[in-house]
Design a protein around this ligand. Structure first.
Ligand code: AMP
Length: 421
């Protein structure tokens, strides 16, 4: 199926073609026709599946005939509620790109920054508002925003909203929406409280489930390094000697770990920033922007901070620590290999983490190829206690790639990069 088969209007077709989109992702081919038929929808899908376009494109198409021409005041006709500033900005950017030829206007409001510039943008009205719950309620209480004219409401990343304690805020927002409206509900997971929330806000919804795990994992080249905890930093520095890795997202399990790795890399003059829950919204957004603009080479992130981050052309994910929840591994490596393109995921596994690795391999139904002779290999003796092989002089990852035990000895297995690069 191509986007041409989805009965999209010309201004949207053009924008998608300019973005290089030709084939809709599974959630897009399923959701777009249903949303265009003005059905309520419950979508079980995570970021990385093309979910944003799956709702943004049909919303733009539905609002197109109802758009306000010229300088007239625009009522908010669609509201997208999302948990974090990063996601809000990404969604707004997507609306801007897909809607660039429609004349529809969007803006974004989120907390943690001054309200003034957001207020200025709202003064002339917008067709589509993307918001995080707290700031939206503030602006509603100040009568700067009214939701009386909302026709299409999207609740994005509902499970994460609940995780972050937004449930009461969400209910307050829903109470202010017109009862006659179309509602779209997205969540990566569907525990019972999410289903309850969905049932409270949807009318006869159609359910769509997309499981990105299989295709995503297949599109990603995965490699495992066995290494002691104390040698992970040296291995990371070695791996990053490879200039082919022009940008990498490095995962740690803890906030402290993220700061620690960022400090080590910066000390070695590898431009790095860390993002995690203890950083301010501004610091997180600045780090993300610098990473996207290639001003820094490495972004170190915790799982919560990185979830939902959308970085085009991210080729490398490095699991500095193996996640203890197997699904998290899939979420992490899914930051690369987005929408079907190739990515590379390297994982550093120490002795204690081998149990986590076992669970991950079970979940993805494959054994992750192991890179050996990288200079910091863990070696198991007859006595199952593990010893650490001292780093031999000049043993680098590049050397490991050329070694007879590496999987593809002479070939730089990750030099092929992403399709089209
Ligand atoms: P999302 O799940 O909405 O965050 O989208 C993940 C990434 O896939 C984003 O970088 C989109 O720009 C990209 N994308 C979405 N749909 C398509 C498509 N049909 N073809 C190519 N790339 C896409």
């Amino acid at each position: 199926m191509s986007f041409k088969d989805l009965d999209l209007i010309q201004p949207i077709q053009e924008a998608l073609a300019e973005e290089g989109y030709t084939i809709p992702t599974p959630i897009q081919s399923q959701a777009i026709p249903l949303i265009l038929q003005q059905k309520d929808l419950i979508g079980c899908a995570q970021t990385g599946t093309g979910k944003t376009a799956a709702f943004a494109v049909p919303i733009l198409q539905l609002l197109y005939p109802r758009r306000t021409m010229g300088k007239g005041y625009r009522q908010i006709k669609s509201l997208i509620l999302t948990p974090t500033r990063e996601l809000a900005v990404q969604i707004a950017d997507s609306f801007t790109v897909y809607g660039q030829h429609t004349g529809l206007k969007n803006t974004v409001v989120f907390g943690g920054v001054s309200q003034k510039s957001q207020e200025d943008k709202l003064r002339f009205g917008v067709d589509i508002l993307i918001a995080t719950p707290g700031r939206l309620l503030d602006l509603m209480n100040q009568k700067i925003i009214t939701l009386d004219h909302v026709q299409i409401f999207v609740l994005d990343e509902a499970d994460r909203m609940l995780d972050m304690g937004f449930v009461h805020d969400i209910k307050k927002v829903i109470a202010k929406l017109p009862s006659k409206r179309q509602s779209l509900f997205f969540s990566a997971t569907m525990p019972s409280e999410i289903i309850q929330l969905a049932n409270s806000m949807l009318t006869n919804p159609v359910k769509i489930v997309v499981t990105p795990d299989e295709p995503t994992v297949e599109a990603i080249q995965q490699r495992m390094y066995f290494v002691s905890k104390s040698d992970k930093k040296n291995l990371l520095l070695d791996v990053l000697k490879d200039k082919a890795i022009d940008s990498a997202l490095v995962f740690t399990r803890t906030k402290h770990g993220a700061d620690h790795v960022a400090r080590i890399l910066n000390k070695e003059k590898i431009r790095t920033a860390a993002i995690h829950g203890n950083k301010t919204q501004n610091a997180r957004q600045n780090a993300l922007n610098s990473f996207k603009n290639k001003e820094i080479r490495v972004l170190v992130a915790t799982d919560i901070a990185a979830r939902g981050i959308d970085i085009d052309e991210l080729s490398y994910v490095i699991n500095y620590e193996i996640p203890n929840i197997p699904e998290t591994y899939i979420h992490r490596i899914g930051r690369t290999g987005r929408a079907g393109s190739n990515g590379i995921a390297l994982s550093f596994c120490d002795q204690e983490e081998k149990a986590y690795l076992k669970d991950i391999q079970k979940l993805i139904s494959m054994k992750i190829p192991v890179i050996t002779n990288h200079g910091y290999d863990l070696v198991e003796l007859e006595n199952p206690a593990l010893v650490l092989v001292k780093k031999p002089a000049q043993r680098t990852v590049a050397a490991a790639r050329g070694s007879s035990t590496a999987r593809q000895p002479k070939q730089r297995w990750f030099s092929k990069g992403r399709a089209g690069k």
